[in-house]
Structures are given as structure tokens and as C-alpha cells.
Design a protein around this ligand. Sequence first.
Ligand code: ATP
Ligand code: MG
Length: 200
Amino acid sequence: MRRKKIGVMGGTFDPIHLGHLLIAQSVLDELKLDEVLFIPAGVPPHKDHRAITEFSLRWEMLQLAIQDNPAFIASAIEDQEGKRSYTYDTLCQLIRENPLVDYTFIIGEDSLRNIHTWYKVKELIGLVPFAVVDRVIDEASFLSFIKKYNDMGGNFHPVEMPLMEISSTDLRNRVGARRNIRYMVPESVRKYIEERGLYR
Ligand code: ATP
Ligand code: MG
């Protein structure tokens, strides 16, 4: 039986935006994955400084965003009542429960820059291959950063995608300032945010 190749896309997704979807599609195509699994963080360890939107709302926006792509799936594995979710633990659980799947973890360049602060980073780097999508313009520094982690025993693949200057932080600020976010998030997500009055 052929092993399945699944990319894991972790994030707060508050809200999910076209940058996230394009990363997932770029890695899916480049690494010829079968699927990309989106996993919204429950209480993300690195974002304690601000109130995160309730899981169920981020989950619904995610569903709206991925529903037209059969290769995009989602898991609520990190939705655990106030408990911190760590990427290392999540991946261990996925691997344990799905022994016929090869997982690749997908991150943006900015996340790679602070991966040294993540829980059990040494074990994490040895656990699965990583696909890293460039989020900056400085290609040389990006590649040398990836090399540094590969020299440490990691298995990091740079993946190219058109630079997309969209972040959830900027989207929340825009909505708060009553500015338009059309064409930055899927239209269904934009309507959801408007109807629920999120980020006002
Ligand atoms: P926030 O502004 O709240 O930090 P974000 O837009 O960075 O949100 P996250 O949920 O933090 O979104 O990101 C999930 C993953 O997607 C991270 O690995 C991040 O590096 C990556 N990512 C997010 N937006 C982009 C983008 N526009 N280009 C490349 N990578 C991105
Ligand atoms: Mg971020």
C-alpha cells in the first residue's frame, strides 16, 4: 500500500487568509502531497499577549475557506479547553494514530526565525521534514537560515511562492478601522466576519 503524504499547516488562523491558502497550495504542488491538513491552535503558546478569537469561530472560517478544495482538510486536534497546544505533541499524536502517513510540517519564514523558542525544538526538528515558505524578500539570508537548520540535523525544504503581504494581524486592524479586506480573504470568510461583527 502506498503511504499517504500529508502537509500539516498549523496556525492561529485568526482569521485564515489567502496567504495561508496559497502557502498550502504551493507546498502541496511542489512536494506532490496528497493533502494539506489545517490545524488551528487552541491556546497558542506564543500568542498569550492578546485575546484569541474563540476556537469555534476560527474553525468555521477555516471550513468556509477550504470547502472548495478537495485536497484541503482540517483537524480540531488542538482544541483542548484552555490547554496549551504544542506542535511537537500534536505531530507525535498524528504519527501515532496514522502510521501509514508521512507528515511534512509547513511554516512561513517568520515562524522559522523563532522556531528555536518552540517546545522540544531539537526533537521536533528530527521528527518530520519541514516545508518553509519564504515571507521576506532577502532570498540569500532565507536560504542560509535553512542551511543552518539542515546542518543541525533538520530536513527543511524551501518552497517558492509569490510574496503575499497579508497577515491576520493586519486584517484584524483593517476591520477594526472599518477598512476593506475584500480579496485578502475568501469572500465567504469576509462575509462571515462582517455578519458576526468580528474584530470590531
Ligand atoms: P498573525 O498576524 O496573527 O501572526 P499570520 O497571518 O502570521 O497571523 P498565523 O496563523 O500566525 O498567521 O500563521 C500560520 C503560518 O502561516 C505561519 O507559519 C506563518 O509563517 C505562515 N504565514 C502566514 N501568512 C503568511 C504569508 N502571507 N506568507 C507566507 N507565510 C505566511
Ligand atoms: Mg504569525
